[in-house]
Ligand binder design. Structure first.
Ligand code: NAD
Length: 269
């Protein structure tokens, strides 16, 4: 199926690894130009080179290393994207996650995770939504989590950010009334990425298990117990959902919080 994404330009935050990278790759395969981002310029350059090796079209891949946990890093990304042209698709993907007992989460941890997971998305939406409104077409997608809709005392700061972006996405969607712009959030399943691999390693040290045993017990008796798929999702599975949402054929979905969560949330709606 042609998803009609040729000649669209996408900006995907946190896209040198994991879900963001898989989204960049998937949009690229559909003929969109992509702007990627990660913390370091060298990793961005390396990722661009790697994506080019599997590319089967002439879509443009560019990118910039910019730390999105602060205003100036976000501004650098905004300036870079403006120099590339109109951003039609904004995927607010970047997000960090750590396990920490509530009593050990310092003020600085709360501030940092809010800046990165929430404010980067706010700042980028503020920068790119006006030109989408002007042209009457665009997509903004906020990457949420199964943690968006459930409590988690060992990741209270992370869960807060993932709930916040669902609310922000819904509020912003109200600004798209009568246009062909859609703004949605996606509650993503536990997905095997580099970030999760590190996360499981940290958890395994706390629990005194091997990473393999920790990964298994996550689904057998841990947070993943309610997952219907009983495994980590692959980044490419999530990327396909995001790519569909980016496409013009998803036009009836606006202001939604969708789930690509492997059924982990035990709720009807
Ligand atoms: P990851 O940790 O594997 O990838 C991290 C990417 O973000 C890299 O490109 C890295 O350079 C970039 N990044 C990290 N900090 C940055 C910063 N300060 N500035 C700029 N870039 C930065 O991440 P992932 O597992 O692919 O997760 C992507 C998104 O999906 C996150 O928002 C996460 O909360 C969400 N999510 C992930 C899972 C999961 O199980 N992997 C589940 C639910 C939701």
């Amino acid at each position: 199926m042609d998803l009609n994404l040729k000649n669209k330009r996408a900006l995907i935050t946190g896209s040198t690894l994991g879900i963001g990278r898989a989204v960049a790759n998937s949009l690229l395969a559909e003929g969109a130009d992509v702007i990627i981002n990660g913390r370091s310029q060298s990793k961005v350059t390396q990722t661009i080179d790697e994506l080019k090796t599997t590319q089967n079209n002439s879509s443009k891949i560019s990118g910039i290393g910019a730390d999105l946990s602060n205003h100036s890093g976000v501004n650098d990304l905004i300036s870079f994207a403006h120099s590339e042209g109109q951003v039609d698709l904004l995927i607010n993907n970047v997000g960090s996650f750590t396990v920490k007992d509530f009593f050990d989460i310092e003020d600085s941890d709360w501030h940092h995770i809010f800046q990165l997971n929430v404010m980067s998305a706010v700042r980028l939406s503020r920068a790119f939504l006006p030109s989408m409104l002007k042209q009457g077409w665009g997509r903004i997608i906020f990457i949420g989590s199964d943690q968006s809709s459930k409590p988690n005392p060992s990741m209270a700061h992370y869960a807060m950010t993932k709930t916040a972006i669902v609310s922000i996405a819904r509020s912003l969607s109200e600004l798209t009334r009568g246009t062909e712009i859609t703004i949605n959030s996606v509650q993503v399943a536990p997905t095997w990425t580099e970030g999760v691999s590190e996360f499981i390693e940290d958890l395994s040290k706390i629990e005194g298990k091997t990473p393999e045993a920790m990964s298994r017990s996550y689904f057998e008796e841990g947070e993943g117990n309610t997952s219907l798929i009983q495994r980590w999702a692959e980044p490419e599975e999530i990327a396909k959902v995001i790519t569909f949402l980016c496409s013009p054929i998803s036009s009836a979905i606006n202001g939604s919080s969708l789930r690509a969560d492997g059924g982990i949330i035990r709720s009807l709606f």
